[in-house]
Design a protein around this ligand. Structure first.
Ligand SMILES: NCc1[nH]cc(CCC(=O)O)c1CC(=O)O
Ligand SMILES: [Zn+2]
Ligand SMILES: [Zn+2]
Length: 331
């Protein structure tokens, strides 16, 4: 009894090279954007306990930190400011301080690595006294209009300093439109991209980041602006909303538990680049499993990315970037 011809699949992926042809999209170095933490002690290099292998860096150390990675094919970074020596207030005044870590780092990186693509996370939580991502009413709820104005002001300041991309992670309604408008008014809209954290969920997976950035809210939580994990419909509406407001790139965050949302974004915004953010808790989880002997780190790291590529993303923000650059050399 012979097999049906359509039953035979293995011949199509028997050879290692043929296996790569079965993947519609393969990880390349250009797809990787590395999230890095910049602190306001210029000479600092402080390891972050909850994020194995990651440090908070001062601007004077950026050459030694990123030089070897750029040499190895690093194409882009996204900057997070982590200030300790500033006075945080209600409106996040230190966010766009010209002497602050983000603007200093943009200037320095543009000089050091002219080819490196520099994105900046834009948010107020690292700079507000209350640790929330916007400006609050007396009763502690978000005051939308001034929040969005302030966030746009910070975004434009980063663009003026030379950022190639501003990426608002606050999840305030209407911010993409106001940021885009601000860039247009500043004459920068044609050379600074807006990457919208469109579908950002209220996740348990941000813990190590908040630890690293000192950005945990001092009261309450972020559930009135970040999406509920089951909110597929809301995520779809937020993606469409941000496209209509002028986002250049759509992002889904976290990535691994939200692959269906990435796939939805690919369908809803087929003409936009699509980013997935493998967040701090995902990174910590993958590393911890390897340390417990559950799997091989490298194999699992690639598998975790494979899902995002299948779902349709074209850009990946991950703390594994230095390792991937290395592993892709060996592949
Ligand atoms: N604006 C907040 C912000 N910016 C980046 C992350 C998370 C990134 C990560 O976990 O790697 C968060 C999440 C949060 O604290 O709510
Ligand atoms: Zn924030
Ligand atoms: Zn942020």
């Amino acid at each position: 009894m012979s097999m049906e011809i359509s039953s035979i699949l293995q011949g199509g992926y028997n050879h290692p090279l043929a296996r790569t042809w079965q993947c519609k999209r393969q990880l390349t170095k250009s797809m990787l954007m590395y999230p890095i933490f910049i602190t306001d002690d210029a000479d600092a290099r402080v390891e972050i306990a909850s994020l194995p292998g990651q440090c908070r860096w001062g601007v004077n150390r950026l050459k030694e930190f990123l030089g070897p990675l750029v040499q190895n094919g690093l194409k882009s970074v996204i900057l997070f400011g982590v200030p300790f020596n500033c006075t945080k207030d209600e409106t996040g005044t230190p966010a766009d301080d010209p002497e602050g870590p983000v603007i200093q780092a943009i200037t320095r990186l543009r000089q050091l690595f002219p080819e490196l693509y520099i994105a900046t996370d834009v948010c107020l939580c690292e700079y507000t006294s209350h640790g929330h991502c916007g400006i609050l009413h007396e009763d502690g709820t978000i005051n939308q209009a001034p929040s969005v104005e302030r966030i746009a002001e910070v975004a434009v300041a980063y663009a003026k300093a030379g950022a190639h991309c501003v990426a608002p992670s606050d999840m305030m309604d209407g911010r993409i439109r106001v940021i885009k408008q601000g860039l247009i008014e500043a004459g920068l809209a044609n050379r600074c991209m807006v990457m919208a954290y469109s579908a950002k969920f209220a996740s348990s997976l941000y813990g190590p980041f908040r630890d690293a950035a000192g950005s945990a809210p001092s009261f309450g939580n972020r559930k009135c602006y970040q999406l509920p994990p089951g909110g597929k419909g809301l995520a779809r509406r937020a993606i469409v909303r941000d496209v209509n407001e002028g986002a250049d790139v759509i992002m889904v965050k976290p990535a691994m538990p939200y692959l269906d949302v990435i796939q939805d974004a690919a369908e809803l915004a087929p003409d936009h680049p699509l980013a997935a953010y493998q967040v701090s808790g995902e990174f910590a989880m993958v590393v911890a499993g390897a340390e417990m002997g559950v799997y091989d780190l490298r194999t699992m790291a690639f598998e975790s990315i494979e899902g995002m590529l299948r779902a349709g993303c074209t850009l990946i923000l991950t703390y594994f970037t230095p390792q991937f650059l290395e592993w892709l050399n060996e592949a």
